[in-house]
Design a protein around this ligand. Structure first.
Ligand code: NAD
Length: 265
């Protein structure tokens, strides 16, 4: 299936590793130019080089160092992308995850950081691209959220609190901007094997008195697919939503969880 992504420009946030990197890689392999960001310049440059090495011919990869909790960094990221490519067709909002902790262990500072990292960064990134996409009368915004937006987890309190807000925001924006050719959707990953998932696994394994590999094996058995997902499996869904082919999908959230979530919606 031709996705129509050649020469489009996709900005993928937090893409030096994990879900963001896999997504940026697939966009580049489909012929889109990609702009990636994360805080650590060295790791980001290495990721950009790797992605460029396997990108489709003609697709360019640009790395912009940015801390997504800092409004000025976000502004610079989008300014640089627009100055370099003259357009922004796809935005994938993404960031690191907030700490694994119970409600009673979280102070105001930790809450505020989680809100800045996972909610305000999404709001600020979308605010930057909307006028550009309105001018183009074409755009795709895909928010990477989490299954906890629909099925909260007791030890992911901040995530379980802020992610539903992104689904609400997504719906409001889809209602308002779809008529201008800007489609807004979210993906809700379940358990995808990345550094973040290993980190959560280590905390949960310790609490359960088992080793991290034992925890991950047990976890896999609770998922109807019988295993954790790969970053590429999530990336495929995001790249489709970012493509010409997803032209009649807006205001929705796609679960990518191997059947893990138990609810109907
Ligand atoms: P990861 O830890 O593997 O990668 C996170 C990326 O974010 C890295 O590139 C890191 O450099 C970057 N980053 C962190 N803080 C940043 C900041 N302040 N500014 C800019 N970049 C920053 O995590 P992942 O598994 O790829 O997860 C990505 C997002 O998806 C997280 O918010 C996570 O909570 C969420 N999520 C992941 C899963 C999963 O199974 N992996 C499931 C549900 C939700």
């Amino acid at each position: 299936m031709e996705l129509g992504l050649r020469n489009r420009l996709a900005i993928v946030c937090a893409a030096s590793q994990g879900l963001g990197k896999a997504t940026a890689t697939l966009f580049a392999q489909e012929g889109a130019h990609v702009v990636i960001c994360s805080r650590d310049s060295r790791r980001l440059a290495a990721a950009a080089k790797e992605i460029q090495g396997i990108a489709a011919s003609g697709a360019r990869v640009l790395a912009v160092t940015a801390d997504l909790t800092k409004p000025a960094h976000i502004k610079r990221l989008f300014r640089t992308a627009l100055r370099t490519f003259g357009r922004i067709d796809v935005l994938v909002t993404n960031a690191g995850g907030p700490p694994v902790a119970a409600f009673s262990d979280l102070d105001d500072r930790t809450w505020q950081r989680g809100i800045d990292l996972n909610l305000m960064s999404t709001i600020r990134c979308i605010r930057e691209v909307l006028p550009v996409m309105q001018k183009q009368q074409w755009g795709r915004i895909i928010n990477i959220t989490s299954f906890v937006a629909k099925q909260p987890a007791d030890d992911l309190v901040i995530s379980s609190t802020v992610r539903p807000g992104i689904l609400g925001l997504s719906k409001v924006l889809a209602n308002r901007f779809t008529r201008e050719g800007i489609l807004v959707n979210s993906v809700a990953p379940g358990f995808i094997l990345t550094a973040r998932q290993q980190e959560i696994g280590a905390v949960r394994a310790k609490a359960a008195g088992i080793t991290p590999p034992e925890y991950l094996e047990k976890l896999g058995k609770t998922i109807p697919a019988g295993r954790l997902g790969s970053p590429e499996e999530l990336a495929s869904v995001i790249v489709f939503l970012g493509s010409e082919r997803a032209s009649y999908i807006s205001g929705t959230t796609v679960n990518v969880d191997g059947g893990f979530m138990k609810g109907i919606i």
